[in-house]
Every structure is written in structure tokens, then in C-alpha cells.
Design a protein around this ligand. Structure first.
Ligand SMILES: Nc1ncnc2c1ncn2[C@@H]1O[C@H](COP(=O)(O)OP(=O)(O)O)[C@@H](O)[C@H]1O
Ligand SMILES: [Mg+2]
Length: 265
């Protein structure tokens, strides 16, 4: 029997021996990985390696064929739909297809989960919505419709909605996609701040190497239906040619920044 990796005491999300296929396509074969509580973990890998699928499994939106997925010690695999729905209340999700509803104002979009799941009064809901819009740097847009906001503002409004119920874990699928560099930096800074100030465990999929290296405490690199994980530094220093090629010039540039920071201390 192969040895199971030891689970860290502070692991918030633990995936063990995950197998998943879609018809002929085997996406995961014995995938094991974990995300530490309070960390920003970035899921990376070439297109089609299963980043979104892994995020969807952690979010209880996709069931693996076999294996175990535990979030805060709670086993998701085998839960009935009602149990999964309950588990999802502890998770905030920013998914690519999770766009805001076009016919509702930004205020109503962000308030929607609270109206559906909580017994808060209208005043309490308004206070919560203002707090989250403030946290993502959006003020004075409550009354606008999504169509009246820029792409970067829309992403921030969707982020405000994802954290409206004070989740313990925030799952973000490609939060930087389609944004220009200033907006990439803005979302990156926001996710880092939510992680630091609200203690959120953040799990992000991204193609954006420079940003992933800056913001990730750990990176999980999906390849060959399994995962390799490490700190950005560990992966950038890896002598495995596949990892080295994947990290590319930006991995090397990142190591230089670390060396420069070290030298100036
Ligand atoms: N619902 C589905 N039905 C069939 N194939 C799927 C489904 N979801 C994902 N896949 C396949 O699983 C693989 C991984 O997809 P995905 O998680 O979207 O990759 P990534 O996000 O890394 O680009 C791809 O080959 C994709 O075509
Ligand atoms: Mg994807």
C-alpha cells in the first residue's frame, strides 16, 4: 500500500486519493493535496489539467468518482444534496460563470444570499452590503445595474457578494481573467487583504504566473492527473524540468526579487 501523505494539523481543505473521469477522459488519478487554514493557495497548471474541476469539487458542486474531500474536518464525499448545500454556506465562491444578475442592482445582487439564507432585517442587510462594498473599494454604485459597471468593478462586486455571508474559505476561479494589468493588481491586493484582515482561507485558480507567485503562500501545480505543491520559492527553485519550464522566466524573475529583498534586509 502506498503511504498517504500526513495531513497537516492546520489543513483547512484536504483532498485524498481523488479519482475523477468524464467518460474516456481521466482528469484525476489519486490526487492528494491540501490547503492550509489562513493561507492563499493558488492552483496552477496548463489548460485542461482540472483546476476549475478541483475548485468545484471543494465547493461541493462536482462529485469525485472516489476519494475524500474534507473542508474544516467535514467530509463532503457521500453527502446528500442538502448536506452539500449546508457545507456550501461556509464557502464563498467567485466562479467564472457566477456572473451577477443583470436585472438587479448591485445592492440587490450583493444582498441576495443574505435575503435567501439569513433572518437579518433590511437595515442589517443594508449595513452588511455596505461593509462588503466598502471592503472591495466600491462605493456609490449600489443603485447601478451590472451593465453600467466596468469589468474590474463587476469582478469586485462579485467578490463582495462572495464574502457577504462571512465564509471561512473563499474559492475563486480565474479571478484575474479578462482584466487589464491595473485591475489584476487591484483584485490581487484585495484578495491578499481579505486573507490578512479577515483570516479567510483563499483558494484561487490562475494562469497569471507573476501574480500567483506574489500572492500565493503555497502553489499547487496540477500535472499528469495529480498535484505537486510547494511555496512559490520551492517551485521556482525546482530542478524538475517540467516544473521549471512551467514556471518559466517569471519564476526566475521572482527568485531575483526574493534575492534582492533578502539583500536589502
Ligand atoms: N462537466 C464536464 N463534462 C465533461 N468533461 C469535463 C467536465 N468538466 C470538465 N471536463 C473536462 O475535464 C478536464 C479539466 O477541465 P477543467 O477543470 O475545466 O480544467 P482547467 O480549469 O484546468 O482548464 C478537461 O479535459 C475538461 O474538458
Ligand atoms: Mg478552468
Amino acid at each position: 500500500m502506498s503511504a498517504q501523505p500526513a495531513t497537516s494539523v492546520d489543513a483547512h481543505v484536504v483532498c485524498e486519493s481523488i479519482h475523477l473521469g468524464f467518460g474516456e477522459r481521466e482528469v484525476f488519478s489519486d490526487l492528494c493535496c491540501e490547503m492550509v487554514a489562513g493561507d492563499v493557495t493558488v492552483l496552477m497548471g496548463s489548460s485542461g489539467t482540472g483546476k476549475s474541476t478541483l475548485l468545484r469539487m471543494i465547493g461541493g458542486l462536482q462529485r469525485p468518482d472516489s476519494g475524500s474531500i474534507r473542508v474544516a474536518g467535514r467530509e463532503l464525499v457521500g453527502l446528500a444534496e442538502q448536506g452539500l448545500a449546508e457545507a456550501r454556506t461556509h464557502l464563498g465562491m467567485l466562479f467564472q460563470n457566477g456572473a451577477l444578475l443583470d436585472s438587479m442592482t448591485i445592492f440587490d445582487n450583493v444582498a441576495l444570499p443574505l435575503r435567501e439564507h439569513s433572518k437579518l432585517s433590511a437595515d442589517q442587510i443594508a449595513a452588511e452590503v455596505r461593509d462588503r462594498l466598502d471592503a472591495v473599494g466600491l462605493e456609490g454604485v449600489e443603485h447601478l445595474l451590472p451593465g453600467e459597471l466596468s469589468g474590474g468593478m463587476l469582478r469586485r462586486a462579485a467578490l463582495a457578494r462572495a464574502i457577504i455571508e462571512n465564509p471561512e474559505v473563499l474559492l475563486c476561479d480565474e479571478p484575474f481573467s479578462g482584466l487589464d494589468p491595473p485591475n489584476v493588481e487591484r483584485i490581487e491586493a484585495l484578495l491578499t487583504r481579505l486573507n490578512r484582515e479577515r483570516g479567510l482561507t483563499v483558494i484561487v485558480t490562475s494562469h497569471h504566473m507573476a501574480s500567483s507567485l506574489r500572492m500565493g503562500h503555497r502553489i499547487i501545480l496540477l500535472k499528469d492527473r495529480a498535484a505537486v505543491s510547494g511555496t512559490p520559492r520551492e517551485l521556482a527553485l525546482s530542478e524538475d524540468s517540467e516544473i521549471h519550464d512551467f514556471m518559466g522566466a517569471e519564476g526566475a524573475a521572482f527568485l531575483k526579487t526574493l534575492a534582492a529583498d533578502g539583500a536589502s534586509e
